[in-house]
Design a protein around this ligand. Structure first.
Ligand code: FEO
Ligand code: CA
Ligand code: CA
Ligand code: CA
Length: 656
């Protein structure tokens, strides 16, 4: 561990882990912010699990005939180093709607600009680093009343605490974090559920006294279900049954179900744990293959120095090896019923343990389903899960645990656009005891290792997946991979054609017969991101975009009319991206490939999370880790991640 890692955005760790970095003095407060800016200088109810399907919630409703209209005048790139706002095209407006520290409900503590709220306050306030998000409409007024469910991926420790993070050096030479700070960080991770309504005056507002408003955090108890629940690999000294976990964190992108539940996905969890025993780590696939931190302390926040369960070093004297299996209890899909504010979140082990970006549904008219996942690390894989049962709109009880049984597949993106899904099923092919897989729990806990053995195709950091309304065509963003073609296990191939790949690509496929459970598919590249062909940059930085340029596609979402919205996550201060401007939201026509820039964000931020009303007239996006003073925009208030509401001034459909 180097102190510098503490400064790094979890998403960026992969990209930064081989750059030279400065080492702060031991014991000195650390600056965790990856992009430095001088403040003020630079510049019903509810149906839920047992309810009826929710109006407007069908994920694969057919698009209206013909191509979607894309009518706005695109924005220019935003290259001002002091840009501290969100800009949208003429005819649109955007405003911050729900920022880090906002009270979750009426009576909860207000955010204090000096960040002096303690961890108990934080449990009752919006978390940090808003990411994936979904709008769940109420059936009686789907376009004017719903629940927004929002992931809080990580924390900006520089801003979360009044004077940044504290690390003390104790007499034994070890660096430690104060419990009060760690608890505030645990509380600022997780998920928000907030009720939203368009009032009679036409303005969208939060419903502050809602019974649905809720924070789920890294301190919230939840249960494990499915084939791995209760098995030895999930047992710990504090949970000898292997069925109860405290918390979820690293919730990046998301999924949802047609039965009205939210799927929070656990992405960069390996960096929150440490196994200090190098030999044990090397021989333990569930640690080594996922790159659980190894060394003196964990990669990110040093939580293990205040909360023992994050220290996954084996303890032979303790039951179940102490907390050595604690990292095995993260990396799952967490199903949350937003309409049941007292419900216990459920980790669904049948869907496999990954560094999981998303869990995007595809639903056939007859109720057969697939969920698509990206494992966002260089050279990892694209997966899908096919439940054994069908979605039954008229039988909510049958849907309740649909995610507990089914088949996990990993993708092979072969030559000529030929694609194949290979099952990760114990006893099939190489997934046997001789290869370390004694049962299906072993396969699910070490899904990456299983995927290695069946010959999956290594991909350029799979992020979000989006499924096109109507024909269920599937799009995945492969954000970038500077090691593509530079290391033996990641050779250049058709789906990942550039070496090094600094700007990423979007790939798409159609399942055979457009059938979600199909095991064969046909894929093609939708676009390579990067600069235009006529730009004065190295050839490796030139893409194939028809329209406005961008790098590092991350968030991907289809609106109900079939427009493809693309969100970006690149280092807007880095030399390869300086001419790209700040991070962006773009709108693409999936038929023509034309791309138009719809929104530019404040300096230092990532644009992520996107959802809207079924009528397309309200759109929410997230501005994650802004760099200067957004949303205050006054140049000195500390910046706060925030959900932003976008509307058209004439009340029309966004994008037209
Ligand atoms: Fe948290 Fe892969 O983005
Ligand atoms: Ca992020
Ligand atoms: Ca992401
Ligand atoms: Ca990213």
């Amino acid at each position: 561990m180097t102190d510098s890692r503490f400064r790094i955005d979890p998403d960026a760790l992969e990209a930064l882990d081989d750059r030279p970095v400065a080492r702060p003095r031991a014991g000195a407060p650390l600056d965790p912010h990856r992009r430095r800016f001088l403040r003020g200088g630079l510049g019903l109810a509810a149906a839920g699990f047992f309810g009826a399907p929710l109006a407007g919630c069908a994920p694969s409703a057919p698009a209206p005939g013909g191509r979607p209209a894309i009518g706005f005048t695109p924005l220019a790139r935003q290259t001002d180093p002091a840009f501290d706002a969100v800009a949208v095209p003429d005819g649109y407006r955007a405003r911050a709607f729900y920022a880090w520290g906002d009270p979750i409900r009426a009576g909860a503590p207000a955010w204090k600009p000096g960040a002096s709220n303690d961890w108990r306050d934080q449990l009752e306030q919006a978390g940090d680093n808003h990411d994936g998000m979904h709008y769940f409409p109420f059936p009686d007024d789907p376009n004017g009343h719903g629940l927004l469910v929002i992931n809080h991926e990580k924390v900006e420790t520089e801003y979360l605490h009044p004077n940044g993070p504290t690390v003390r050096q104790d007499a034994d030479g070890r660096r430690r974090r104060p419990v009060r700070e760690v608890k505030k960080e645990l509380a600022a991770h997780g998920v928000s559920v907030i009720e939203v309504r368009r009032d009679d005056d036409g303005e969208w507002r939060r419903v502050m006294d809602s019974r649905y408003n809720r924070r789920i955090s890294a301190l919230t108890p939840m249960v494990l279900r499915g084939p791995a629940a209760g098995t030895p690999g999930l047992r710990t000294a504090s949970d000898p049954d292997g069925r109860t976990v405290i918390g979820t964190f690293a919730n990046c992108a998301l999924g949802y179900t047609p039965w009205g539940t939210y799927l929070a996905c656990e992405e960069n969890w390996p960096n929150y744990f440490v196994n200090r025993d190098a030999a044990d780590h090397a021989g333990r696939a569930s640690h080594a293959r996922y790159r659980v931190s190894q060394g003196e302390v964990s990669n990110y926040y040093l939580w293990e120095t205040a909360e023992p369960r994050f220290d996954a070093t084996p303890d032979p004297a303790a039951p179940h090896g102490g907390h050595v299996n604690e990292p095995n209890r993260f990396g799952w899909v967490v199903e949350i019923d937003p309409f049941d504010p007292d419900g216990t979140p459920v980790k669904r082990t049948a869907m496999g343990r990954l560094v999981r970006e998303c869990s995007t549904p595809s639903v056939a008219p007859d109720g057969r389903l697939a969920f698509y996942f990206g494992d966002d690390t260089r050279g990892e894989y694209v997966y899908k899960f096919v439940p054994a049962g069908r979605y039954r709109p008229d039988d909510p009880a049958a849907n309740r645990h649909l995610l507990d049984e089914g088949t996990l597949y990993v993708g092979v993106f072969g030559d000529g656009g030929k694609g194949e899904w290979r099952p990760l099923v114990h006893g099939q092919g190489p997934l046997t005891a001789e290869n370390g897989f004694h049962d299906q729990a072993d396969v699910l806990i070490n899904a990456r290792g299983a995927a290695d053995l069946v010959g999956a195709t290594t991909m350029d950091r799979p992020e979000w997946v989006a499924v096109k309304p109507g024909n269920r065509e599937v799009y995945v963003s492969l954000t970038n991979n500077h090691k593509r073609g530079q290391v033996p296990d990641q050779p250049v191939n058709g789906a990942n054609p550039r070496s090094p790949n600094l700007h990423g690509q979007i790939l798409r496929w159609r399942e055979r017969d457009d059938d979600p459970p199909a095991t064969r598919f046909q894929w093609e590249l939708f676009l390579l991101a990067g600069y235009h062909r006529d730009t004065d940059v190295p050839d490796a930085q030139k893409g194939t975009i028809d329209g406005d340029v961008f790098s590092s596609p991350d968030g991907l979402w289809f609106d109900p009319d079939g427009r493809l919205w693309i969100e970006t996550d690149y280092d807007d201060a880095g030399p390869d991206h300086a001419a790209m401007g700040t991070n962006q939201l773009l709108c693409a026509d999936p038929d023509t490939g034309e791309v138009k820039r719809f929104l530019v964000g404040p300096r230092g931020c990532e644009i992520t999370g996107i959802t809207g009303t079924p009528d397309g007239r309200a759109l929410w996006i997230n501005v994650q880790h802004p760099g200067i003073s957004f949303p205050a925009g006054d140049g000195h208030t500390r910046p706060r991640s925030a959900t932003v509401l976008i509307e058209k001034n004439d009340g029309g459909v966004i994008g037209t």
